[in-house]
Structure formats: structure tokens, C-alpha cells
Design a protein around this ligand. Structure first.
Ligand code: DQA
Length: 147
């Protein structure tokens, strides 16, 4: 059974209470459940994590990279939060591991402040899911299951 990593960056632990008009009312626990259901549908194992620390995200990407090298990874869904717009280190990790990865945003970042329009992740992502709310997580896993 191959594994899907779903990684969430800073402030995503606040889902449900953080700007509900932008991010919706569902919590990160709800998102984890949605991802678990999608993985069960496709016969995939799930690793689901959130951290407010860039280094923790890097460590999980490296771990996913090792699984990828061993042929045991289905893919990665990464919502890097604000690190999307700042992190050369995340870009380097994804490029350096060759991870098959979907960049995900709950909100439509292109309809928001201009500092959200640039992503360090997009050039090294296979696809970008953006603006579909938390439903995007399930759809990203559906796409990974087709790879
Ligand atoms: C986000 C969009 C980012 O710009 C923001 O910093 C986040 C969440 C989203 O899911 O819409 O923390 O990645």
C-alpha cells in the first residue's frame, strides 16, 4: 500500500476559528477525517501533519522523499500556508527530492493580497489546487490516486 503525505504549515491548526469567511468553519481535525476517507476510498495509507515550524515541514518532505525513492510514496499534498510565499528551503527540498507534489490552498490566493500571488512551491509542484475550500484536499488525493 502506497502512502500519501498531507502536510500543513503555519496557522492551519487554527482552521475553524481563523478568518472563517476566508477559510471556512471546518477544523483541521475535519480535514484529517476527509483525507482519511479519501485514502480509504483509494486504498492508500495517510500521513497527516501540521506544524508552525518550517524545519518540521522540511523533515517530513525528506521522509516522504525517502519513501518516494523506495517506490512506496503515492504523492504529497502540501499546504505550506504563508511559507508558500517566503520559503526557498521548501522549494529546495521539493526539487532536491523530486517529490510528486500538489500545492494546495484553501482560499484563492490570486484573489487576495498581492504578496500571496507569488509561490516558491508552484515551480516544483506537479499541480496546484487553490480556492476550492477544504474540499480541495480530497480532490488532490483523488488526483494522486490516478498517478
Ligand atoms: C493558505 C493561503 C496562504 O496565503 C496563507 O498564508 C495561509 C493559508 C490557504 O490555504 O489558502 O496560511 O495557504
Amino acid at each position: 500500500m502506497k502512502t500519501v503525505f498531507v502536510l500543513n504549515g503555519p496557522n492551519l491548526n487554527l482552521l475553524g476559528t481563523r478568518e472563517p469567511a476566508v477559510y471556512g468553519a471546518q477544523t483541521l481535525a475535519d480535514v484529517q477525517q476527509l483525507c482519511a476517507q479519501a485514502c480509504v476510498r483509494h486504498g492508500l495509507a495517510l500521513r497527516f501533519h501540521q506544524s508552525n515550524h518550517e524545519g518540521a515541514l522540511l523533515d517530513w518532505l525528506h521522509e516522504a522523499g525517502a519513501l518516494h525513492a523506495g517506490g512506496q510514496l503515492a504523492g504529497v499534498v502540501l499546504n505550506a500556508g504563508a511559507y508558500t510565499h517566503t520559503s526557498v528551503a521548501l522549494y529546495d527540498a521539493i526539487k532536491g527530492t523530486g517529490l510528486p507534489l500538489i500545492e494546495l490552498h484553501i482560499s484563492n490566493v490570486h484573489a487576495r493580497e498581492s504578496f500571496r500571488h507569488h509561490s516558491y512551491i508552484s515551480p516544483v509542484a506537479r499541480a496546484v489546487v487553490c480556492g476550492l475550500g477544504v474540499a480541495g484536499y480530497g480532490l488532490a488525493i483523488d488526483a494522486i490516486a490516478q498517478w
